[in-house]
Design a protein. Structure first.
Length: 309
C-alpha cells in the first residue's frame, strides 16, 4: 500500500482532505493542480486541527507532509496505479482529465471519481477503458468521516474495484458498496428523505426546525452511530414495524419538488451559512464551536497508520 503513489486531481476541499487521509496512512500522494501553495496551506490547516485535537504529533505531521507532492504535469503521474478525480461536477472537465490520465499513466488500475451526483455509467463514456472507472464518494471532510460509497458501472473490472476498496480500507474507511448506481447513492437518498419529511412537518405547523433538530439529537440520532437501521427495526420486531407503517405511511410527505418552505428562502437569497441566514440565523453563532461539534462524533473512529519518519 505504501510503495506506489496515489494521485489526486484537484486541490479543492475534498481533494486536499483526501491527500491528508492518504499521507496520514503512509501513502505517497501526488496532487495535480495549479497554485500548489494554496493546496499546501489547506493541507497544513487540516493537520494543525488534528494536532490541536491531540490526534497527530508534530513529528507525525512532518512525516506525512514528506509524502505529499504537487505537480501541474500529467507526465509526473506515470508510475501511478490509482487516481482519485476531484474536479468540478462537469462531465466535459472530467472527460478531459480522464483522457490525460489514460495517455500518461501506463500502470493505471483505476480512476475513482469523488462526484456526489454523476453516475459512473456517464463517467465511463469519457474513458477508452471504461472498466477502470467508478465512483468513490466520500463525505466531507473525508479525512475525518469514514464513509465512502463505492459505485461501479456495468463495465467496472472487479480487480479495479478491489484495488480502490483495499486502499480505502487500509486507510480506515468504511467502504459501502452499491450493486448498481442510483441518484444520490446511499446516504444522500436517506438524508434527503428525512429532510423532506422534516420540512413538511414545519410547513404543516406540526413543530419548528429547532425541535426537529433537538428531537433527532436526543432520540434516535445517537443510536445509529453504534447500530444500524435494519439492526434496530429487526430488534423491535417486523410485525410491530409493519403495524406502525400501515398507520403512518399515508400521512407522510410525498412531494417530488423543492418545497415552498425552502423555495421561499431561495427566492430571497437566504441560502444558509454562506449568506448569514437560511432556516436559521447564522450571524451570531459560534462557528468554531459548530465545527468542533461537526467533527466530534467521528473522532472516535480515528485509526490512521501514521508514519513516524
Amino acid at each position: 500500500m505504501t510503495e506506489r503513489s496515489v494521485a489526486i486531481i484537484g486541490k479543492g476541499m475534498i481533494g486536499i482532505s483526501m491527500a491528508v487521509l492518504f499521507t496520514g496512512n503512509g501513502i505517497p500522494t501526488i496532487v495535480l493542480a495549479k497554485n500548489a501553495d494554496v493546496g499546501l496551506e489547506k493541507y497544513r490547516t487540516y493537520y494543525r486541527d488534528l494536532m490541536g485535537q491531540g490526534l497527530v504529533t508534530e513529528r507525525q505531521a512532518a512525516a506525512c507532509e514528506r509524502r505529499l507532492s504537487f505537480t501541474e504535469s500529467y507526465q509526473d503521474l506515470a508510475d501511478v496505479e490509482i487516481v482519485f478525480e476531484c474536479v468540478t461536477e462537469k462531465l466535459e472537465v472530467k472527460y478531459e482529465v480522464y483522457r490525460q490520465i489514460e495517455a500518461n499513466c501506463p500502470h493505471l488500475k483505476a480512476i475513482a471519481s469523488t462526484t456526489s451526483a454523476i453516475s459512473p455509467a456517464d463517467l465511463a463514456k469519457g474513458m477508452s477503458a471504461p472498466e477502470k472507472v467508478m465512483v468513490a464518494h466520500p463525505y466531507n471532510p473525508p479525512h475525518i468521516v469514514p464513509c465512502v460509497e463505492l459505485v461501479k458501472n456495468d463495465f467496472t473490472d472487479p480487480e479495479a474495484l478491489e484495488a480502490v476498496s483495499a486502499l480505502l480500507e487500509h486507510c480506515g474507511r468504511e467502504v459501502c458498496r452499491m450493486n448498481k448506481p442510483a441518484p444520490g447513492f446511499i446516504a444522500n437518498r436517506l438524508q434527503h428523505a428525512l429532510y423532506r419529511e422534516a420540512v413538511y412537518m414545519v410547513e404543516q405547523g406540526i413543530c419548528g426546525p429547532e425541535d426537529i433538530d433537538k428531537c433527532i439529537r436526543s432520540s434516535w440520532g445517537p443510536r445509529y452511530t453504534s447500530i444500524g437501521l435494519f439492526d434496530h427495526f429487526d430488534y423491535a420486531g417486523l410485525d410491530l414495524i409493519a403495524n406502525i407503517e400501515t398507520y403512518l405511511y399515508p400521512d407522510l410527505c410525498n412531494d417530488t419538488a423543492v418545497q415552498p418552505f425552502i423555495q421561499e428562502r431561495l427566492d430571497r437569497g437566504d441560502l444558509g451559512y454562506k449568506t448569514g441566514v437560511g432556516v436559521y440565523d447564522w450571524r451570531q453563532r459560534d462557528m468554531d464551536d459548530f465545527r468542533r461539534r461537526v467533527s466530534a462524533p467521528y473522532l472516535k473512529t480515528f485509526n490512521w497508520k501514521l508514519p513516524e519518519d
